[in-house]
Design a protein around this ligand. Structure first.
Ligand SMILES: C[S@@+](CC[C@H](N)C(=O)[O-])C[C@H]1O[C@@H](n2cnc3c(N)ncnc32)[C@H](O)[C@@H]1O
Length: 247
């Protein structure tokens, strides 16, 4: 974890991640590190969380979401397309983006907006654009300073009442770094501190249910700029955790 905190080694740090993802297959199993069998549970949990924070069951015609670190577009196709009219996609691998574009169902294609092949540490989403910015299993690759800056740029890209949703692994007994791809497993409190540093407030948080016990606990965090007026639906969300990790 020490190298994660150091500065000056950024190029080498991110190359480890890029080299890892170059070798991974463009499949759901590849996206999920060989545990593709959890995809359905994950996607059901995500749709339910969106329903809970937005308090609606229909898709508003002008709604727009952004899928960050989208990989082959699993979340875009299976989750965001059920909840938002237009979905923009950001991903660092042109290979994965190509797979997404080829595999995207015909009827969904007109609803895919901008596609950005870029790294999250450099990407600048358009301000005041999104109802939801979904960032799943990718923020953990970023160095702390980049993480905070990325979240700040995402906050600026939200429409009033919009949410950033971070879905990430959290550490149990000890923090650790997976050195094969430089993916950091942080304590939940460390994530909460990072959100606060980025000027974000946690409006809802809960654990993904139904994953095998051998996996790290996975948490959802619904974030909004601190002090932003809460829309009536968000105001109804309890501010504290509503579910307990299965660990
Ligand atoms: C574990 S996969 C998750 C993909 C997708 N979010 C999902 O849940 O199916 C991680 C993805 O993040 C991408 N990624 C890794 N580091 C990145 C970075 N610095 N900027 C943007 N994308 C990155 C990888 O290429 C890969 O597609």
């Amino acid at each position: 974890m020490q190298e994660l905190e150091q500065t000056g080694n950024e190029e080498r740090w991110y190359k480890v991640t890029q080299d890892y993802w170059k070798e991974q297959p463009s499949t759901v199993d590849g996206m999920l590190g060989g545990i593709g069998e959890v995809a359905q549970t994950d996607e059901e949990g995500s749709r339910a969380f969106i329903q809970r924070i937005f308090q609606r069951t229909t898709i508003p015609p002008d709604s727009r979401a952004l899928d960050c670190g989208a990989g082959i577009g699993r979340v875009t196709i299976k989750v965001l397309a059920d909840c938002f009219q237009t979905i923009d996609v950001q991903e660092q691998s042109s290979n994965f983006v190509r797979t997404f574009q080829e595999a995207c169902p015909e009827e969904l294609r007109p609803r895919i907006g901008m596609t950005s092949v870029s790294t999250l540490q450099d990407f600048v989403p358009t301000p005041n654009t999104y109802d939801c910015i979904w960032i799943q299993w990718v923020l953990a690759y970023l160095k702390p300073a980049h993480l905070v800056q990325c979240l700040q740029r995402c906050a600026a890209a939200l429409k009033p009442g919009g949410f950033i949703v971070v879905k990430e692994n959290v550490a149990r007994g000890t923090e650790m770094l997976d050195e094969q791809d430089n993916y950091a497993i942080r304590f939940k409190q460390v994530w909460l501190d990072i959100f606060a540093q980025a000027g974000l407030e946690v409006r809802a948080q809960e654990a993904q249910q139904g994953f095998p016990r051998a996996l790290f606990p996975v948490w959802f965090f619904a974030l909004q700029p601190a002090g932003a007026p809460q829309p009536p639906a968000a105001a109804a969300i309890p501010a504290t955790a509503v579910a307990v990790a299965t660990s």
